[in-house]
Design a protein around this ligand. Structure first.
Ligand SMILES: Cc1cc2nc3c(=O)[nH]c(=O)nc-3n(C[C@H](O)[C@H](O)[C@H](O)COP(=O)(O)OP(=O)(O)OC[C@H]3O[C@@H](n4cnc5c(N)ncnc54)[C@H](O)[C@@H]3O)c2cc1C
Length: 378
């Protein structure tokens, strides 16, 4: 669209003169915007979002306020040092605290019902190993969380939840859950109140860095600014192919309300590849990316019969055995993964900074990741 199409008012009030432009209005982009404005209230901050809504992971996740199950910590310890694993757990723990402080527990419907890791009948070796390592992990992570009693065996509760085929369970009282939709509305309200402008339906196609200015060529208008923050997560490579971010799709369902639902909390199994929780008398259930990693390594939203069938099978056989349920919603979201367990927060070009790859844990980490990149840009 040519520059002259816009009125004087449109250019002066909406398009021109942003000091910082943030690309992507997920948790990270909006948290960065919030931090920029709280640190420098006079700064003109503009967020450009490709979707009609934020269209990546932040409005499509499961809303677990968690920092990792026993099996996930043990898997991380195979790839990273003890120091790195406890540093990341502490980062997620502080990130959750920051999210709650920034937005308020009521506004995000934060509930700390605790979290459970389930082990199926056929996973005795994994279960035994995880249970054996509880003492070690509680000790390793006690400073990260500020408590030594993080994980404990909770087999006695399996029957209370009505699960079938589950032989062992580990409990974590520090795990909570949020209403993801309310959290994103609260975050948007917060940045609007701080004077940030968020424009939707505006995909950035190209970024040009010239003479101390950055030009953003977009689907709607061309923008010129001094600094840019890239918060496009799974889609980061579309603009900067060198960034090591691999997309990973997560498929999710929500049932219709189930009278007398026994579940209350957040639940994980198969080393975190499956997760479910209660929400409004319904069950939210997602995962199965590990059934076909290659197929789920995609920027395309959608469902596959393989994952859908597996989720339905687990619902019938394990989570809600003998109960009638109907599925009300199916959706998917795209996460950003990488070899390293930490997010990428760095300068990619002069005056262009990125904060991407929350490795499927952005509810926990996103507030701090946004803050960190805002500090870099300031
Ligand atoms: C199914 C699922 C379940 C999850 N469950 C949990 C959970 O329980 N707990 C947890 O901690 N984390 C969870 N996550 C991960 C968490 O949601 C993400 O880590 C987090 O939302 C990432 O936030 P972000 O702001 O980095 O990215 P996103 O929310 O993906 O935001 C990136 C934004 O950039 C926009 N964008 C991309 N390219 C462009 C462009 N060229 N121009 C303009 N805009 C662009 C996208 O439209 C998008 O809105 C889950 C994710 C999924 C998908």
């Amino acid at each position: 669209m040519g520059a002259n199409t816009f009125s004087y008012w449109e250019r002066t009030a909406f398009i021109d003169k942003a000091d910082v432009i943030i690309i992507g209005s997920g948790i990270v982009g909006l948290s960065a915007a919030m931090h920029l404005k709280t640190q420098q209230p006079t700064l003109k901050v503009l967020v450009l979002e490709r979707g009609f809504l934020p269209t990546g992971a932040s409005t499509k996740n499961a809303g677990f306020a968690c920092f990792g199950t026993v099996s996930e910590q043990l898997a991380a310890l195979k790839r990273s040092s003890e120091e790195e694993v406890s540093r990341l757990v502490n980062y997620k723990w502080r990130g959750l605290d920051r999210l709650r402080q920034n937005l308020g527990d009521t506004n995000i419907d934060y509930q700390q019902y605790g979290g459970y890791e389930l082990f199926m009948d056929y996973e005795t070796e994994l279960a035994d190993n995880c249970i054996d390592q509880i003492g070690y992990l509680n000790n390793l992570l006690k400073d990260a969380i500020g408590s030594s009693g993080i994980y404990s065996v909770a087999n006695a509760k399996i029957a209370d939840f009505g699960f079938e085929g589950v032989s062992r369970m580990i409990y974590n009282p520090f795990e909570g859950q949020i209403d993801t939709g309310k959290m994103m509305r609260a975050l948007l309200n917060k940045v609007y109140n701080l004077g940030v402008l968020v424009l939707n339906g505006c995909g950035i196609l190209k970024i040009e860095n010239e003479n101390g200015y950055i030009n953003l060529i977009t689907s709607q208008a061309n923008f010129k600014t001094r600094k840019v923050i890239l918060a496009t997560n799974a889609f980061a490579n579309q603009l900067f192919p060198d960034l090591k971010v691999i997309p990973g799709r997560g498929q999710v369902l929500v049932t219709k309300p189930i009278p007398g639902l026994k579940l209350k909390g957040t639940y994980h199994f198969d080393e975190g590849y499956y997760y479910f929780r209660n929400i409004d008398d319904r069950v939210l259930f997602g995962g199965g990316r590990n059934l076909d990693f290659k197929a789920e390594e995609t920027w395309d939203f959608g469902q596959t019969e393989t994952v859908k069938n597996k989720l339905i099978t687990y619902l019938k056989a394990v989570i809600l055995p003998g109960q009638n349920f109907e599925i009300d919603y199916w959706w998917s979201g795209i996460m950003g993964f990488g070899e390293a367990i930490s997010p990428i927060v760095k300068q990619v070009e002069p005056n262009i900074f990125c904060a991407v790859r929350c490795n499927g844990m952005g509810v926990a980490m996103g507030s701090l990741v946004g803050e960190e990149v805002a500090e870099l840009a300031l």
